[in-house]
Write a new protein. Sequence first.
Lengths: 419, 170
Amino acid sequence: MSETFAEKILARKTGQARVVPGQIIEVSPDLSYSHDYSVLVIKAFNDMGGRRVWDPSKIAICLDHGIPANTAKEANDHKVVRRFAEEQRIKRFYEAGVGIVHQVMVEKGLVLPGTIVVGSDSHTTSCGVMGAFATGIGESDTAFLWATGRLWLRVPASVKVTLTGALRPGVYAKDVVLELLRQVKGDGLIYKSIEFSGELIENLPVSQRFVFCNMTCELGGKCGVIACDRTTREYLENRTEVSYEPTYADADAHYDQEIVIDASTVSPMIALPGDVDRGVPIEKAAGTKIDQAFLGSCTNARADDLEVAAAVLRGRKVHPKVRLLVVPASAQEGLEAMRKGYMEIFQEAGAIILPSGCAVCHGGHQGVLADGDKCISSSNRNFTGRMGNPKAEIYLASPAAVAAAAVAGEIADPREFLS
Amino acid sequence: MVLKGKILRLPDRVSGDIILPAAYARLPVENMLEQVLAGLNPELPKKVAMSQIIVAGDGFGCGTGRESSATVLKEAGIRAIIAKSFGRLFFRNAINRGILLIEAAALVDCDALRDGDELTIDLDSREIRFGNSQYDFPAPPQIIREIIMAGGLINYGKLLLSGETTGGSV
């Protein structure tokens, strides 16, 4: 007893009575996924002398980074991945356009409570939203796992983040996570398993809960988890037929640190360029002219995010000096937004609508910035050079703030645009 | 194992994105090498090539999980990185590429340490030697040691799959 979520699930999965933080263990994950970078995983797999993957039913691949391909090299890389999936009988292969892998894994019901999920991408922490132990691993790590079924992990210490209160109008999960980052600093919870709970979490839908688990990796966390509850079960109801056994931390578990934030005291935030922890109340940056607004990424581009942005843009136009990129997190989320009329609002307002994928978030694809450009983004990272140009600047904010800035041509308080 | 080499000092919070932007992540090694840390300072690709050990601050390699940020440093000849802390995924990736990582805040805070100075890292006695000074560091876990000694996870995987090791050290 007295186990945290991470200790309990890792002990259970390794057949040990107990594991302790710092201990090195070997696990066999329930799901291992990758994206375009599978091409590097495949190379490492071949270099190791791998022949068959350990269990094709536990592997999923979704092309999302460079879609549709910009260059012949990219197209050829995709071809290598497709062929590998076919040869290795990996049935869960998702083509370009289905969506961003983290979103796709969750919405297809592949991520279940009480399971271990690894992905060859830092934002794999997102999958903690389903009550899974989910963490990013490297490409060599993934190849080794696919070839041997084995993966070493260090048991993390745990931190409890309790989010109380309710959000005020114009304030979203993103603002709370930017406030949390401001308080603890980037990588302030490095190597930790972060357990999010409290009244705010209980009342949020999966889509908004996702933001906390997603940006767990900006906090430095190894994984970020929200315990399976009614919301989780309802979300999974029509998405999986597989039974699952949730894991819960014990009430008397030991945490290295406990953090409490009253969400009702949080106002719209913006992270200034350079680092994720440079959050300030948005009015402090108001008036800063912007060149591009990016409404996309695995952090904040689901139907409810698009709904908020559409509410801002309804009957308004994107500022003539701004390029607004709208990239739904997945085709399914995009379809919902389309049916509800949000996409029509974006198109009418003059936005550029792009296929579901990572787009410019990682700087390798559609929407790269020019020297001196300033971009407001609903994504998760604003490091120098992140959007493909070290001479450009990135501000992080909620979808509402991104839409407001796109209309105003400068950073503005989104509350002024939401009546 | 004893590593000896010239150091390059880098600041706090050097992100994986600035070590190697995504646009270069899947290019041939020579193109990657031209870009390593260039976003931070255009002189750095040359300086990295002349160094074997990086001494950095907090959160070295933070952010992206792209392994290319570690691969490019290994290909540039970096054999060890000493920092106050590492981005979590960079930590795994660098080890998997055969780079020794050491958390040693006291050494990082030593102002006397300049670019081009020579350091010796003794993995067996767990000591870093610089001039007359000496810094201890904790032993890395056995699995990490074995991956480093094999020259990275790909070689380690090769040994395991060919039956030359059982990898039973966990």
